[in-house]
Each structure stands twice: as C-alpha cells, then as structure tokens.
Design a protein around this ligand. Sequence first.
Ligand SMILES: CC(C)(COP(=O)([O-])OP(=O)([O-])OC[C@H]1O[C@@H](n2cnc3c(N)ncnc32)[C@H](O)[C@@H]1OP(=O)([O-])[O-])[C@@H](O)C(=O)NCCC(=O)NCCSC(=O)C[C@@](C)(O)CC(=O)[O-]
Ligand SMILES: NC(=O)C1=CN([C@@H]2O[C@H](COP(=O)(O)OP(=O)(O)OC[C@H]3O[C@@H](n4cnc5c(N)ncnc54)[C@H](O)[C@@H]3O)[C@@H](O)[C@H]2O)C=CC1
Length: 748
Amino acid sequence: MKTDSAIAGFYRLTVTQRIDRLVEQGVLGDEDADRLRRGEFVLSGNTADRMIENVVGVFGMPLAIAPNFRINGRDCLIPMVVEEPSIVAGLSGAAKLARPAGGFEVQIPESLLIGQMQLIDVDDPDQAILALHQRKAELMRMANVMQPNLLARGGGVRDIEYFKYRLPDGRWTVVLHLLVDTCDAMGANLVNTICEGIAPRVEVLTGAQVAMKILSNLADRSIAIARVRFPLASLGDGTFPAEFVRDRIILATAFANTDPYRATTHNKGIMNGVDAVAIATGNDWRAIEAGAHAYAVRNGKYRSLSEWQLAENGDLLGELKIPLKVGVVGGALQTNPAVGLALKIACVERASDLAGMMAAVGLAQNFAALRALVTHGIQKGHMSLHARSVAAGAGADTGIFEQVVEGLIASGEIKSWKADQLIAEIHAVAGRTTGTKAENQDEPAGRACGKVILLGEHAAVYDKHVLAVPLPEAIEARVRPADGRSRLRIPAWGVDEPVVPGRRGSSAAVATVALIMRELHVAERHYDIEVDARIPAAMGLGASAAIAVAIIRAFDLQLGFRLDNRTIDTLAFECEKLAHGTPSGIDNNLATYGEPVLYTRSTASRTKPIQLSEVPPLVVASSGKRGVTKDMVAGVAKRYASNQTLYDTIFSEIDELSVAGSVALRDADYESLGSMMNVCHGFLNAIEVSTPELEKMVHIARLNGALGAKLTGAGGGGSIVALCPGRSHDVAAALKKAGYAIIRFSDS
Ligand SMILES: CC(C)(COP(=O)([O-])OP(=O)([O-])OC[C@H]1O[C@@H](n2cnc3c(N)ncnc32)[C@H](O)[C@@H]1OP(=O)([O-])[O-])[C@@H](O)C(=O)NCCC(=O)NCCSC(=O)C[C@@](C)(O)CC(=O)[O-]
Ligand SMILES: NC(=O)C1=CN([C@@H]2O[C@H](COP(=O)(O)OP(=O)(O)OC[C@H]3O[C@@H](n4cnc5c(N)ncnc54)[C@H](O)[C@@H]3O)[C@@H](O)[C@H]2O)C=CC1
C-alpha cells in the first residue's frame, strides 16, 4: 500500500491510537503493531551486552514519527529518536507547510566513502605519488579482491587520489584517498579493512611507511542535497506578514554566514532532525556530526549548512548540502529491533534514500526553527511542549498529566518545583472531592505532627539546642489487612507502590513501612496502608518522621499493641536514620509528642515541652523545590571538617539563639524572637544551606511585615517560616502571589 503521510492531528491521538492509525495507513502490520503496543521493540539486556562493553542496563529514548513529508514526490513518515521536546512538532509543521508545493526534492550525486592512508618517512613525495599512480589499477584490484561481496553488489573502490602536505616539523607526508562505493552500508569497517589490507603493498611501492589507515568522517564525497520551495502565501500568520517571515529567514542565513556563533546554533537546529533520524535508524551520529561541522567550515570559516533565498516569483527557496554517509545494513543496525522497525516505517531500502530523507529532515527542521525564531520566538512553541517533559519528570501520572501541563503553561513557570506543587494541589483537591477521607473516616487513624524549626537547624546535628514547634494534623495513616501483598498509598504525593520485605522500593516511604513492619514482626503479613498527607514531602517540615509515626500508630491501633510514645519515638528515629543518615532526632520527637520543644540530641529523653499561652503567628511557605536532608547534612559536615573552629563558633551562636528564643517564644515576645530568626537565617546562609529561591521568599516575607523570616529545616530547597504578628494574612498572600504554596500552620 502507498503511504499517505498527511496525517492531521496525529499528535492529538493517544499512543495506542497512533499505532492503530499506522496500521490503517498500511505502515505497520498487525504483528509489528502488537509488538509495539507491548513495548517489545526494545533491546534486551543480553543483546546489549553483546553490543558494547561493560553493559549494566539498557537506556530508553522516545521513538516518534513525523508525518506530512513528501520527498521526491513520494509520501513518507519520518522515524525519530530524540529527547528534546518540540523537534518532532516543528518538523511535522514544516513538512505540512511544504507539502502543497510538492514537498522536498533530494539528490545524492555520489556516495563514496574516503579511506585515508598516511605515508611518513617520505623522501620525495612527488616520486612516491608517481609510483602509486603508476600502480593505481593494481592497488584498486587488490582492494576489491578483499571485499568480494561488495564487488558483487556493484560497490568497490572507484578511484584513488593523492595529496602531499608538510607536517609542522617540516617533514613531508603523503596521503592517499581510496574512494569506495560501499553500497548500502555506511562502510567504516569495510573501508578500514581495505586500507589495512593494501598498506603493505603501498609501503613496498613507495619505500615509505604507512602510519595511519582509516576512513575519513569528512564525507564530502557523499553530499546529500535537499531543496524546498515555500509559497510566499504559506509563510505568514495573523500577526506576521508573509514577506516579513520570508525576508527574516533569508536574513537569518546571512547572519549565520557572517557570525560563527550564530552559525553553530543554526546548524544545531539542522542536526536536531538529522541526528534524531540517525539514531532511530541505528546510524553513527558521531560520524555524521563530525562530518557536518567539518564541512560547514570547509572554506576556512564556519558557516550555515543551509541557504535560504528569494525565488523569482517571491517564494522562499531553501537548500541544504550536508555530508551523509549512512547505512541501512551493517554496523549495529541488525542488532537493535527498534532500528528494523524504524527503517520499515521510513520505508527506505537504499542508503541513498535514507541520506536524502535525512537531508530533507535537516532542511525542514531548520525552517521550523527559523520561522519560530523570526516570528513568535522559540520559547512559545518549545516551552509549551517542554512543559510536557517537566510534568512527566515530576511524576504526573496519566490521569492528571494534561492538567499539570496546562497548569505549568498558564503559570509561565515551566519548572519542576511548580509541577510538584501542581501535582500536590490536584491530589489534595482529588482527595477532598472523591471523599477518600470521608469514606475511611470511621476507621481508626494514626496521626502525627510535622515540625517547624524556629531556631537551630544543622547546629542540632552537633548536639546544640534547636527550637521547634509542631505542625498540627500533618499526617493521618490507616492500616487494614489485605489479600496478596502489602501496598502503600499516599495519594497527595503520587505514591502507590507495593511493599516487599527486603526491597527498598522507589519511594523512601516504602522503605519506612518495610522497616516498621519488620520491627513490629508483621513483615510476613499483608496490609493496605493509606496515608493522607497534608504537608509536602522533602520540604523541611518533618514529613518523613510524621509518616513514620502515623503509620506506627495505625499499626498499633490495628493490632492492639498499645505502644507508648517512647517506643514510637524510638522506632520513628530508626526510620529517620534510614531516610536521612544522621538525623538529630527532633523530627520524630515533634511528630510523636506534638509539642513545642527546646531540644538537644544528647538530652532528647529529658526534653520538656514549652508551655505556650497562644498559637504563635507563623506563616510557613514551601518553595516547591525538594531539599534532600541527607545531602545537606553531609555538605555541612564536609565544610565543618575543613573549618571546624569557624563552624564551632557559628554553631555556638546558634545554640545561644535557640535557648534565648525559647524564652521569647514562651513569653510571646515576638520582636525578640523575630530578630533571632533573622540572625539565625544569616548563619544558615553562611553555612551554605540557603538557596536564591529561599532568599527571595524570606525577602518577600520581611517586605510584607514579617518580624522574622528564615529557612526552616535542612535547606537546599524546602520551606521558610515567617513570624508575622498581625500580618500573617499579608505575608501569606504575597508569598502565594509569588507562586509559593502556603502550609496551614494552625486551625485558626
Ligand atoms: C511547535 C510548532 C510546530 C507550533 O507551530 P504552530 O504553527 O502553532 O502549529 P499548528 O498548531 O498550526 O500546527 C501545524 C502542524 O504542526 C504540527 N504540530 C503542532 N503542534 C504539535 C504538537 N504539539 N505535537 C506534534 N506536532 C505538532 C502538526 O503537524 C500540525 O499539523 P496538524 O496535525 O494540526 O495538521 C512551532 O512553534 C515550531 O515549529 N516551533 C519551533 C520548534 C523547534 O524548532 N524546536 C527545536 C528546539 S529549539 C533548538 O534546539 C534549535 C534552535 C532554535 O536553537 C535552532 C536555531 O537557533 O536555529
Ligand atoms: N570513524 C568512524 O566513523 C568509524 C565508525 N565505525 C563503525 O562502523 C560501523 C559501520 O561499518 P560498516 O562497514 O558499514 O558495517 P559492517 O562492518 O557491518 O559492514 C557492512 C556489511 O554488510 C554487508 N552487506 C550486506 N548487504 C549490503 C549492501 N547492500 N551494501 C553494502 N554492504 C552490505 C557487507 O558485506 C558487510 O559485511 C558503524 O557502526 C560505525 O559506528 C567503525 C570505525 C570507525
């Protein structure tokens, strides 16, 4: 069946629908489609181990298809393997625009690979060249005998060329170029074998030594040329007139030909497409890249590989010349099942067809980028598509993926912290609207507090005082017996994983559950553990300890152990060690007892709660950027080790602040407590645990009336706490407006 490559809205389909569509178009057979649906076109570990050395796994990349291409009058689909968003979209859009005027014309005038042999210790280079020239026919015969199959296919050595150069030390070197038609293989190994095979005869003929013998990747005897015409009328949109777009694209080529800094980016835009097809079809993209850039600088200055010109009738004409010595057989092509599929989709049987396709793709890709650059700017298309990979990276699952993407684009903050925040918000709303909590509310829940450190983080690890208050109702957990295996669900964090004894799982919370079950001697039984998290993970608010305490309590309720707080605190501390390495113990203390404390590691068991006369006016805001406590503590430890005296001084100062701060907190002396928090933040900045984002948040809080504001927890991301008597609302509103999530501190 002849392919019709014009597939409007291909990108709007689901993956399964796209596969179905390719079956309808006759591009894929039922068997290939089924294998694709089952994810079977992937290298196995065993095969990978036979391809390269020291294999430990297989690396995945997306395989996509760009529709709409017409090349030399034939419709084709382009297989692409690439990690960067907007490349496939740009290519498909450019091909769609080129189609009505006939699409792309491509030509490969010759396709020869150069095998280089370098002769050294040459007394008379002209004499050596003459000797070789006289025996050229003999050398060519000898070379061709070495590759009988190639000869039988109509390939072989077509010619030999000679060059002489003076080396920097003044000696002569003679270089031979064997021009080899490698048929449908790239030909690197074929040519290298030939060069090595005839080297001894070349030495005999010249009396010189052959130093190097290998192909050249400057494949300028295999230039692929692609041309395209964009009718003027097709170029404009509601905002930019067609002439403007055309003239600016022409100007962009002139700019690239003038300035190598621009030319490099311009050519990168071309290689976006060329490399993606090279990878999909199993070709050596390092060879292609090296050749393309060397060709771009062939006249002594690095220039654009493409040219855009004005046609006589006012249309836009584009041309790309690029060295492309690619293969559809040989190399590692047959080993990777995805390559065979890609070649089938591309419907190319000859290496020259593939080279032509890649040239057309390079030219189309260049057009897409230039058109975007000279009109709306690259970010409009690119960043909105980039939002998809940010959402995927943040773990947005299928059900909420599009919602997260839309939220990212609408916010203008296409960043992972924003995605985390949106996911948490969506899950929180889902939790409320689906009534998850209401359905379960009759079951007994284990509860635990989060913590907000007012003064003393990090110093606490060095047994200094730390002042902290609980973050109420942070976590609730419910445990019920299950059939099959145990499972942990924390909908607000997107966690839904089996708990397998002895296996860590991908989330730290799973490891926590496994440890708790082992310590409570129920590892062999099966439970569903459902956690309702009101605070975000890894934001410096003691979520991991709170999860541990809530789950221990839920097991306690379920199994009737009647554990006392001390036992719960001790077990939660073990969980904290698992999560954070060297915790100070403050988090599990707050999670278990839920009371404000002035705490030190060594006197943990004798810590007395601070009696407060009122709830302190605190605002807690999360930066949305995860802070990894273990790494932050380790970083401080490293700096402590190399500058102990200075760090001891800082920690002693913090210690004093915490002790004095506990009195100010008890007496509701917020002026004093606020300034101590500000000073403590300065120290935390000094020990390098703050970030620009946290500084910005602290600044916003102070600007809007906070008496004191500081990072809270381990830093490196995470959260801030601000003390704002009478101004809590203003401070929370300003932080919220700047895009930060506010964590409810009290029920008021
Ligand atoms: C993104 C577009 C195409 C939108 O462009 P648009 O004009 O808004 O697109 P449209 O909505 O009119 O759709 C036109 C066609 O584009 C395709 N298309 C449209 N949207 C999608 C999508 N989501 N997924 C897949 N395909 C898409 C699709 O084929 C569609 O046809 P339809 O299916 O509707 O009949 C445009 O803005 C564009 O081409 N941007 C440039 C993208 C680009 O070049 N990215 C490369 C990465 S940046 C870089 O690395 C290179 C650079 C920039 O540095 C090089 C240089 O400096 O020269
Ligand atoms: N500097 C470079 O670029 C270098 C690249 N390479 C690697 O070499 C590999 C490519 O080497 P090749 O010689 O292409 O592959 P290859 O070594 O597998 O040789 C091609 C094979 O395919 C057979 N064949 C079957 N049908 C053919 C057809 N229609 N036309 C031509 N040959 C046909 C040939 O007989 C030959 O055995 C790539 O993986 C590349 O990474 C290796 C050394 C250096």
